[in-house]
Design a protein around this ligand. Structure first.
Ligand code: DLL
Length: 400
């Protein structure tokens, strides 16, 4: 779509959203009124930054459905996140919202090269988590064949990949690595669509090499819709195309903010995601704005003796020397925080890895080299790469 025409569409949609919110008594409508907004046409897209933002805390304060604006008879399902590191959040969806989700996910699959004859092995978890059903809806919309595997039971997954010969694999990047431990490099998969957790370029290389596939990144969050908010395509050169006709992006000091222009169940105006990334202009034949891979979440940023470190920066260094199974331990038992990095290797890489980490991050990390297989693998859900150690027993054996 011509960017100019899309801007107009986005502005119309924004005004429609503002009218929908003002039509309710609830939190977002009330705040718009307080800001002096009386109708949608008061608001312009290039002034969106003047409108109030909404945060996870607001979602918690109105838990479970206080921010829903659609009448109950229009709600067709609920998704959410389990709330690792916090309380759960739940999102009610209308049939209109599911239609939008199917559309953006079908786009994501198509941009990855999937077609109506594709077989999509979907190993994202089915349930409240949006990964499984998001890919499922998109696959159906595209007209591909979806194998609804969900997470876990790796032996059975490998068996079905051998038997059904899917060309598309969808799962978390950490689970792709778990599969790679059991799956032959000579497999039928052409492309993987991996997301739901942070992963680096180095991790991409590792997965591509181990599985012999092309690995693409997909981003999303249940508050906004689920997977499909942004996704790489075969031609997007490491950036993720944002479905900005539905989800209008902004950044504030690195933090991504999204406005759901078209949702009707629980739309959000200027939702602060807590995720850190950069926005980029369109390039090539595509006209959507794009975003970088996520650097991390604001609340995952470690501050070690005054130095800010994202776990992804540690991952990038670890993967140059060790296997992709690693654990970062932030030791906060005393006031001077210590960083431990546990990796798996058969070689004596301790000194070199410590030195590389020091060079890249500017801080000293305690490196622990364990035998392969010693660190926990993620079979289901999101990988936990970061353990915060505040008291009691160490998260892994051998730390004191
Ligand atoms: O993780 C939606 C999703 C499912 C995305 C499957 C991609 C694939 P939530 O459980 O609500 O939704 O968690 C959202 O996960 O705010 C990010 O911090 C993180 N996240 C999601 N995708 C990526 C990614 C789903 N590609 C939270 N890279 C988001 C890094 C990601 N972090």
């Amino acid at each position: 779509m011509d960017p100019e025409a899309r801007r107009e569409l986005q502005e119309q949609r924004l005004q429609g959203l503002v009218d929908r919110l003002l039509g309710t008594e609830n939190f977002q409508g009330a705040r718009l009124r307080e800001a002096g907004v009386t109708r949608g046409t008061d608001v312009r897209l290039d002034e969106i930054h003047l409108l109030p933002t909404i945060s996870k805390q607001d979602l918690w304060d109105h838990y479970p459905f206080g921010l829903q604006i659609a009448p109950q008879e229009d709600i067709v399902c609920v998704h959410g996140s389990s709330g690792t590191g916090g309380r759960p959040t739940l999102i009610p969806y209308t049939a209109n919202d599911i239609e939008i989700w199917s559309e953006v996910m079908a786009r994501a699959l198509k941009g990855a090269g999937a077609t109506t004859t594709s077989i999509v092995h979907n190993a994202y978890g089915y349930g409240l988590f949006t990964g499984g059903l998001g890919v499922h809806h998109g696959g159906l919309k595209l007209g591909a064949t979806v194998i609804p595997m969900s997470g876990g039971m790796t032996e059975r997954q490998v068996r079905l990949i051998d038997d059904l010969k899917p060309d598309v694999l969808c799962c978390t990047p950490s689970y792709a690595l778990r599969l790679a431990e059991d799956l032959k490099k000579e497999n039928s998969i052409q492309v993987g669509i991996f997301g739901a957790e942070p992963w680096t370029e180095e991790m991409r290389q590792e997965i591509q090499q181990r599985l012999g596939i092309k690995a693409l990144d997909i981003y999303g969050l249940s508050e906004v819709i689920g997977p499909g908010v942004a996704c790489e395509s075969l031609d997007s050169e490491g950036l993720l195309n944002i479905a900005e006709d539905h989800f209008y992006p902004e950044t504030d000091q690195g933090e991504l903010i999204f406005t759901t222009l078209t949702k009707t169940g629980m739309p959000l105006l200027r939702y602060r995601t807590g995720d850190v990334a950069t926005l980029h202009e369109p390039a090539g034949q595509r006209t959507l704005r794009r975003m970088s891979k996520l650097k991390g979440r604001k609340d995952d940023m470690l501050i070690i003796r005054g130095v800010n470190v994202f776990p992804t920066e540690i991952e990038a260094v670890v993967l140059t020397l060790a296997s992709p199974h690693y654990l970062i331990i932030e030791d906060r038992r005393t006031t001077t925080a210590q960083l431990h990095v546990a990796v798996e290797s058969t070689q004596d890489i301790k000194a070199k890895l410590s030195q590389d980490l020091k060079e890249r991050l500017g801080i000293t990390c305690q490196v622990h080299v364990l035998e392969p297989g010693k660190l926990p693998r993620t079979e289901q859900g999101k990988a936990q790469r970061l353990a915060r150690w505040t008291q009691g027993q160490a998260p892994i054996d051998g730390l004191t």
